[in-house]
Design a protein around this ligand. Structure first.
Ligand code: ADP
Ligand code: MG
Length: 139
């Protein structure tokens, strides 16, 4: 499994609030290279499948509704130690606990609407990239 790739989503509120450019600038300045990217939108069933690991959590249905509520930007990012370095750049899941200067601290509007997704392992980065991008788009 390559350890130099991760996968991100700019979530609906961050996209709607026009923060995509600022977030991508932070991503580039932290040394990540964008390998694939597109604006897309999830049907509720697709959002449910993407977050299936959380299906028994109390926040699952609201999260699925939210993630399918509007356009998102999805991207594959390349950098050494991509998964852990990107988790550091985005900050804690709960933006009130995220470090100053992190993407979530700067752009989240709530715990659910926390600006971005970032993969939590190399294996999931690969699975999540395959979820959104064809083999050709990933080259
Ligand atoms: P992360 O996105 O940091 O990997 P999780 O995988 O635990 O966090 O959760 C997935 C997403 O579900 C979070 O990014 C957030 O949007 C939402 N979420 C997580 N925990 C809660 C919660 N307690 N209440 C509401 N939404 C939550
Ligand atoms: Mg997660």
């Amino acid at each position: 499994m390559p350890d130099n790739l991760t996968f991100t989503i700019i979530k609906p509120t961050a996209f709607k609030n026009n923060h995509t450019g600022a977030i991508l600038k932070m991503i580039n300045e932290a040394g990540f290279v964008v390998k694939a990217m597109k604006i897309t939108r999830l049907m509720p069933g697709q959002a449910g499948a993407f977050y299936a690991v959380h299906k028994d959590k109390p926040f699952y249905q609201s999260l699925v509704n939210y993630m399918s509520s509007g356009p998102i930007v999805v991207a594959i990012l390349e950098k050494d130690n991509a998964v852990s370095d990107y988790r550091k750049l985005i900050g804690a899941t709960d933006p009130t606990k995220a470090d100053e200067g992190t993407i979530r601290k700067l752009f989240a509007t709530s715990l659910e609407k926390n600006a971005v997704h970032g993969s939590d392992s190399d294996e999931n980065a690969n699975i999540e990239s395959d979820f959104f991008f064809s083999k050709l788009e990933r080259i």
